[in-house]
Design a protein. Structure first.
Length: 102
């Protein structure tokens, strides 16, 4: 089930192609949890150089996708989002369990 599609996401987030890293939201518990999907295809701009022979989504972009999904969870609480932009200020450590590939 899709809770937010790409049109609804663009109404919430200021990000646009090629830096919009979430295609849809499929689960949402207000103020608690959210699940987003990014359909990663060979057409992603970052695969051109990372790495042409064995494309892998850079970890920093995986974290950006996580931050964007978190921003949707936060911003949906505001009726008047106006110019509100949540910022992900840092991460102490991250563990990537497997590569994200097209």
């Amino acid at each position: 089930m899709t809770i937010y599609d790409s049109v609804a996401i663009r109404e919430i987030l200021p990000h646009r192609y090629p830096f919009l890293m979430v295609d849809k939201i499929i689960e949402l518990e207000p103020k608690t949890r959210i699940v987003g999907i990014k359909q990663v295809t060979m057409n992603e701009h970052f695969f051109v150089g990372h790495f042409p022979e064995a494309p892998v989504m850079p970890g920093v972009l995986q974290i950006e996708a996580l931050a964007q999904v978190g921003a949707i969870l936060a911003l949906r609480e505001f009726e008047d989002r106006g110019d509100k932009i949540p910022f992900f200020s840092g991460i102490e450590s991250a563990k990537f369990r497997r590569p994200v590939v097209p």
